[in-house]
Design a protein around this ligand. Sequence first.
Ligand SMILES: [Ca+2]
Length: 272
Amino acid sequence: MIIMRKLIFLLLLIPIFALAQNVGFVRNNIWLSKPEFFAGEKIRIYTAIFNGTGDDIVGRVGFYNNSQLIDEVSFTATSGGRLQEVWADWTAVKGNQSLSAKILYLERVPINGISEVLKISDADSEVIVKYVDSDTDKDGIGDLEDEVDDFKQVEKDNGLVESSVNTTKKVVKGVDTSVTGFLETANPLLREKKIEIDEEIAQLRQESLEKKNGDIPVDPTSAVKRILKQIYSFILGLAIYVTGNRVLFYLVILTLMAIIFRKLYRRLSNHG
Ligand SMILES: [Ca+2]
């Protein structure tokens, strides 16, 4: 990146300096070690001096932030159209910053001859104007952008939580409504069935009593039938009791689910 920029400077500037001045900043003459950074980060500010004279040069460059001197750096630039980079380190601070450099001193130093202080016609570099943000949570996104995002995220999260709570509520309510509906339908049907079965049991009992009194042999299957019906009636009685109480119904369902789950789990872990 920096090499590319250097090449661009050279291409752009050599002709300009050949026309204007033999020593000075190159054009696009100030840049930073990285384009994006946050407050507290150490940044290097670079500039480059072009020496188009036939002699070596010594000089000094000042680096500034908002007109405050950051550092003053001495340099040498060898003769013959060379480019000399000069740099200073700066710890970025939050807020609007304007970074610049200034040639403070130039002196031509011939190998054979007397040194000569040069008049500087164009001392100031360009200015980098930049807003430096901080990044409190160190996620690589500046606070300014992050606050907006965090706010959006919070809104989004709240929305999600709210909607999932609403969905859960709706599902629970839906289940509850259908369970209540089911129980309201099932309970009277079970009651009707139980009455029917109980009547049948009573009838069977009556028949067997009549047969006993009339000395007619009792059909053994009718006794078995009666016992089965009594068991059925008992189960129906339980079902009526359970379906008559919603909470009890849930408890029974949950217990059944737990039993089934445990059986499945045992079977799976045995196979595993
Ligand atoms: Ca951040």
